[in-house]
Write a protein that binds this ligand. Structure first.
Ligand SMILES: *[C@@H]1O[C@H](CO)[C@@H](O)[C@H](O)[C@H]1NC(C)=O
Ligand SMILES: *[C@@H]1O[C@H](CO)[C@@H](O)[C@H](O)[C@H]1NC(C)=O
Ligand SMILES: *[C@@H]1O[C@H](CO)[C@@H](O)[C@H](O)[C@H]1NC(C)=O
Ligand SMILES: *[C@@H]1O[C@H](CO)[C@@H](O)[C@H](O)[C@H]1NC(C)=O
Length: 314
């Protein structure tokens, strides 16, 4: 009995500690063809001098992207990432990795290391330092819904038809008023006047010149949860059309932003297994019950021994 209790206690503690270890990591899922952002921010107030994104299964001299002294270094880059990667906004210390048109081969664990002004300006190899971000990317079919945590940058992937210039792009969210856009692009520029205030200075199109009208949405909050639709007008069809709200969207994407483990919020009661705090409380309760049971067993055993031995001692 006592052995059984000890065994279950050990098993429980093992499971518990592995959960704690995994907490620093993030999982991002995407479908083949998606553009994704792996969110990562460097410390405030210090210029970013070197950024290295690597994937743990690549050779140690093969990077996903290397940025140093204000430019990218294609030499050390693994060929499979050539022309597909970018950093979101390194000038503002947002070193998030933008990875376009992912394939299942992009599945893996990505790590970001940085050197910032002040500490170790001369350092040339960062591989011995600890990563500031570790993100597991999983690319598989059937992931149309995007989930993110508050503070993440996200991309809602959408591409217009080939071979025709994009003239108008409207991103809207189905619960907003019909004159409020997430983003409106027309005549070669963004049109902030028609934009819902909550999206101001947070949205952009990924590469509209190449007909990639994916929406880049920075620093999301739980209020960004909703169904996003993209409509376009392209050269040739309906050049004069000013409002395209009656046309069918070319892309519809559900975004869900929910609190992750580190916040322990979990206010929308989704399938979450609870935040770290609930984990600790659960652990404490199980531990307490286990100790009480263990104590009870010991007491019972002692009492039995006492009862058997007391008649003889008289
Ligand atoms: C990430 O995915 C792996 C399986 O691919 C899973 O074991 C792990 O629990 C996930 N971690 C988080 C934080 O969701
Ligand atoms: C995405 O990559 C696939 C190959 O993996 C390629 O056939 C396709 O043309 C690419 N699409 C874009 C928009 O670059
Ligand atoms: C996407 O989310 C909607 C509701 O938000 C749900 O009904 C649907 O099953 C989800 N689809 C996938 C593929 O997860
Ligand atoms: C993200 O938004 C929050 C408010 O929602 C703000 O406090 C924070 O400074 C923003 N972070 C960045 C990096 O813009």
């Amino acid at each position: 009995m006592a052995a059984f209790l000890t065994a279950s206690l050990v098993l429980f503690l093992l499971g518990f500690s592995s959960k704690v270890v995994a907490e620093g990591q993030r999982n991002i899922t995407a479908e083949p063809g998606d553009n994704v952002i792996l969110t990562c921010r460097a410390d405030e107030n210090k210029d970013v001098i070197v950024v290295e994104w690597s994937r743990t299964d690549l050779e140690s001299d093969q990077y996903v992207v290397v940025y140093r002294d204000k430019r990218f270094y294609p030499e050390g880059q693994s060929p499979s990432f050539r022309n597909r990667v970018d950093l979101l906004d390194v000038k503002n210390r947002d070193v998030s990795l933008v990875l376009k048109n992912v394939t299942t081969d992009d599945t893996g664990t990505y790590e970001c290391r940085v050197v910032q002004g002040g500490n170790n300006r001369r350092k040339r190899s960062l591989l011995d330092t600890d990563p500031i971000c570790i993100i597991n990317l999983i690319v598989e079919a059937g992931q149309r819904n995007i989930t993110a945590e508050p503070g993440d940058n996200v991309i809602l992937t959408c591409r217009a038809a080939e071979n025709k210039d994009v003239i108008v792009v409207e991103w809207s969210r189905t619960d907003l008023e019909s004159d409020q856009y997430v983003l409106l692009y027309r005549d070669n520029k963004l049109n902030p006047g028609a934009q819902s205030l909550s999206f101001r200075n947070r949205v952009d199109l990924l590469d509209v010149k190449n007909r990639d009208v994916s929406l880049v949405l920075k620093n999301v909050t739980t209020d960004d949860t909703g169904r996003y639709e993209c409509r376009v007008v392209q050269g040739g069809n309906n050049r004069r059309k000013r409002s395209i709200l009656k046309t069918e969207p070319i892309c519809t994407i559900n975004l869900r932003v929910k609190q992750g483990n580190q916040d322990g919020g979990n206010k929308d009661g989704q399938k979450e297994d609870g935040g770290s705090c609930t984990g600790w409380i659960g652990g404490f309760i199980v531990l307490s019950i286990a100790s009480i049971l263990l104590g009870a067993v010991v007491v019972v055993l002692l009492c039995k021994r006492q009862r058997y031995s007391s008649p003889r001692s008289d």
